[in-house]
Design a protein around this ligand. Structure first.
Ligand code: ADP
Ligand code: MG
Length: 316
């Protein structure tokens, strides 16, 4: 099968949007962003043997390639619109491509994203996605916008993907945790709900403390974090002791939740708007002027994770 047949197979899956003047098939796509909006652009790559293994389910790989990019736009409060796909494949394996596209275009369709171009080459399996989104001028949520006195919030629950990677739990619980790892649900609706209310925002991909660290450094502030407030799914609660759970919640990667700060005056609005978007949200700490991150356990004692460097892409 030739390159153009693969591209044709991809092009047939494409969702249409009215703001795509020229999509797949020309030298470049032509897009019509609405006036008054900024473009938010993000790119993430998944490489075989680094981010996934050769025998992994291609549908889950496609889903994840879309999800990790969507999550970055969610963290900017941008509405996803268009994407390109650079695909390197060792051979023209049509069943693999079809299953990959099921996952990839399936999740993109849920968020009304049109695939408008890309590149298809032979090589070690690698998937690189560039996703473009729209945000009203000045309303993008940046990492450097946190202020002393802000509340710290997180969507959903933490630690599930890391527990799934470690193969924890059994039966339905194990399936739930594994599903959180393989098919993360990007928090697009929550990100949009946070426009005009949140200050700093980041998606939790490398682990809560690692990603909070990025916000603290960019914003020039410190944080207090309350372990008793960290959201845990019923599955995680059922298969962990609390020390182990805190470890997974603080240092485990791949959750793709949103971590954000907001002024206390916005507390009620945030609970109402984020929950109305179908997303649970929890207040887990606050920003302070002392640098660093002070973590307290339910008795008010200081706590430190034993392992900060959780490798979220480690192959087991
Ligand atoms: P060029 O030689 O001009 O780079 P290509 O032959 O690489 O063109 O691609 C032809 C068309 O197919 C272009 O519009 C390109 O954007 C699109 N395309 C190629 N590969 C992909 C892909 N993996 N996903 C989506 N569109 C693709
Ligand atoms: Mg090309």
């Amino acid at each position: 099968m030739a390159e153009f047949e693969l591209i044709d197979a991809i092009a047939r899956r494409v969702r249409r949007r009215r703001d795509v003047a020229v999509g797949i098939g020309d030298d470049a796509a032509l897009l019509n962003p609405p006036p008054g909006y900024q473009l938010a652009i993000t790119q993430d790559t998944l490489n075989e043997s680094v981010h996934f293994r050769s025998g992994d389910d291609p549908e889950a790989i496609g889903c994840k390639a879309a999800a990790v990019n969507l999550s970055d736009l969610a963290a900017m409060a941008a509405e996803p619109a268009w994407c390109t796909l650079s695909l390197a494949l060792p051979d023209a394996d049509r069943p693999w491509l079809d299953a990959f596209l099921d996952g990839f275009t399936g999740l993109l369709a849920e968020h009304d994203v049109a695939l408008v171009g890309g590149d298809t080459t032979r090589g070690p399996c690698s998937i690189s996605v560039t996703l473009l989104g729209l945000v009203p001028e000045g309303q993008g949520l940046r990492r450097d916008a946190g202020k002393v006195g802000d509340d710290l919030w997180v969507t959903g629950s933490l630690g599930d993907a890391a527990a799934g990677l470690a193969g924890m739990g059994s039966g339905d619980q194990a399936n739930y945790l594994r599903g959180r790892l393989l098919r993360p649900q990007p928090r697009i609706a929550a990100g949009l709900a946070l426009r005009r209310h949140a200050r700093a925002c980041i998606d939790v991909s490398d682990g809560l403390l690692a990603d909070l660290g990025h916000v603290l450094r960019a914003s020039g502030v410190g944080a207090e974090l309350w372990l008793s407030a960290l959201p845990a799914s019923p599955a995680l609660q059922a298969c962990t002791e609390r020390e182990q759970r805190w470890q997974l919640q603080c240092a485990g990667g791949d959750d793709y939740e949103l971590l954000f700060s907001a002024a206390p005056v916005d507390r009620v609005a945030i609970e109402r708007l984020v929950q109305a978007s179908g997303t649970p949200v929890a207040r887990i700490g606050r920003l302070v002027d002392t640098p660093g991150c002070l973590i307290s356990d339910p008795d008010g004692q200081r706590w430190q994770p034993s392992d900060l460097g959780y490798q979220h892409f480690q192959t087991t």
